[in-house]
Design a protein around this ligand. Structure first.
Ligand SMILES: NC(=O)c1ccc[n+]([C@@H]2O[C@H](COP(=O)([O-])OP(=O)(O)OC[C@H]3O[C@@H](n4cnc5c(N)ncnc54)[C@H](O)[C@@H]3O)[C@@H](O)[C@H]2O)c1
Length: 443
């Protein structure tokens, strides 16, 4: 991990923290009453675009499938997440929430969850590492039966520091690609102590949330932070997975000249046939106006690439952790770092060039924006809610492993979403069903 402490503890003349202090004062001047009101408005606004989750709430208020169940959640604290927690409460669960990233927490949402919606929420924007884990432990004090995670930090803390609580746990869910990767590694090493549903792997999650959600909100985060023109810019997307495909498509839609960097040959080929230039990180770095990483990997923009950057390059990351850009190396290559705009830090490099990092290299769409649109989170969080219901029923019969979301949940989420959009699908005739199940009929 990049040591943030190391960066922060450098002498003041090297790192101008003044900008950040002033900015955090600005975000804190609102009165508590105003924060609660804004947060409540945001949560209700998001709900307008979450009809699938709403339909689950309506059913659960009658059936109460989570009665007596305690759910500990570690998610980006946004208005969409607030709606998931309210739905889990509607199902009868006792819930507690902490943030899954210090820069993605929206303090007005925290205030409204605690004061209006009765959801115990332990999170604060800009928390340091110590506070981040302290609040996670406060959530674990709930003694959960179910964990809901985004990035696997909660599960990791439970397995490493709060082992005494493991006996209570029926199962857990995981929201994102990086979390699923970590949990599969835990299962492989026989370290995982309860079953996990990989919500990320549901088709109605990654095909929409990772692609269209990250695609749109990453561009949104970059625009909010910089207000720069995308059209005509050389826009480098590192990683052509679900997130990268979405970001590349949206950047092209805004008129950027998009280049893709990818390690997997099949995905690189796909990017080529989708009409993008594909090249190495070294060559891409030398010409980029914007670089966005979306790989789930470490130091994909490393020292040798940073040395090669063009003056004025805007660096940002959409992957889960702040390790994709080697910020320690950038620090070493620089003589000065200062906050020049909200969420933008300028590094003056020894070679005289200035480059800019958005949101300290953390998820740009959440650090500099509001995260995914509610419309896609409706599907992701409906998968979460239905997977929690499934675990309450079936979790005790599952092995300590990572499972896919059951197909019927995926299909149900798609069906409910289409119905909320007023979209009709075609139905197969009996003849067609028979044809597809037969081998006798040929030419
Ligand atoms: N910002 C958000 O809101 C958001 C939303 C969903 C997922 N995520 C996170 O984004 C990351 C990517 O998720 P995904 O679903 O697209 O994963 P994915 O596995 O579909 O795609 C990642 C791609 O990166 C490529 N890659 C790995 N190392 C590379 C390197 N050194 N250079 C170039 N390419 C490299 C892989 O080959 C793969 O194609 C994960 O960390 C995930 O948790 C973020």
């Amino acid at each position: 991990m990049v040591s943030e402490e190391k960066i922060r503890n450098r002498p003041q003349k090297f790192i101008n923290q003044k900008g950040r202090i002033i900015l955090s004062m600005i975000t804190n001047i609102e009165s508590k009453e105003k924060r609660v009101r804004y947060g409540e408005q945001k949560i209700r606004w998001a709900r307008n675009k979450m009809p699938v989750l709403d339909s689950i709430s309506k059913r659960w208020k009658i059936e109460r499938p989570l009665n007596g169940i305690r759910v500990a959640a570690c998610l980006h604290v946004t208005a969409k997440t607030a709606n998931l927690l309210c739905t889990l409460k509607d199902g009868g669960a006792e819930v507690a929430l902490c943030g899954s990233n210090p820069l993605s927490t929206q303090d007005d949402v925290v205030a409204a969850l605690n004061e209006v919606f009765g959801v115990k929420t332990y999170a604060k924007h800009g928390d340091n590492k110590e506070m981040y884990y302290k609040r996670m432990n406060q959530v674990l004090d709930l003694k959960p039966h179910i964990t809901v995670d985004d990035g696997a930090d909660l599960i990791n803390t439970l397995h490493s520091q709060r082992k005494e609580l493991l006996n209570n746990v029926i199962g857990g869910t995981e929201e994102t690609t990086t979390g699923v990767t970590r949990l599969k590694a835990m299962a492989r090493n026989n370290y995982l102590m309860y079953p996990i549903i990989a919500v990320n792997n549901a088709l109605t999650k990654h095909m929409f949330d990772n692609r269209y959600g990250t695609g749109q909100s990453t561009i949104d985060g970059i625009l909010r932070a910089t207000n720069y023109l995308i059209a005509g810019g050389i826009f480098v997307v590192v990683g052509y997975g679900w997130c990268g495909r979405g970001i590349a498509a949206r950047a092209r839609g805004m008129g950027a000249r998009v280049t893709v960097v990818e390690t997997e040959p099949v995905k690189a080929l796909e990017a080529v046939m989708d009409g993008f230039e594909v090249t190495s990180m070294l060559k891409a770095a030398a010409k980029a106006n914007f670089i966005v990483t979306a790989t789930g990997n470490i130091h994909v923009v490393d020292k040798e690439h940073l040395e090669n950057l063009k003056d004025g390059c805007i660096l940002s990351n959409a992957g889960h952790f702040n390790v994709e850009i080697n910020l320690e190396a950038l620090q070493e290559l620089s003589i000065r770092k200062q906050t020049v705009r909200e969420n933008v830090e300028e590094y003056t490099m020894k070679n005289g060039k200035k480059v800019y990092v958005i949101g300290e290299g953390r998820l740009v769409n959440l650090a500099a924006g509001e995260g995914h649109p509610a419309d896609v989170m409706d599907m992701s969080f409906s998968n979460q809610a239905l997977s929690v219901e499934y675990l309450v029923k079936e979790g005790r019969n599952l092995k300590k492993d990572v499972y896919s979301v059951p197909e019927q949940i995926d299909a149900e989420v798609a069906r409910l979403k289409l119905s909320s959009m007023g979209v009709e699908t075609e139905k197969m005739t009996a003849e067609q069903k028979e044809y597809l199940n037969s081998w006798e009929i040929g030419t």
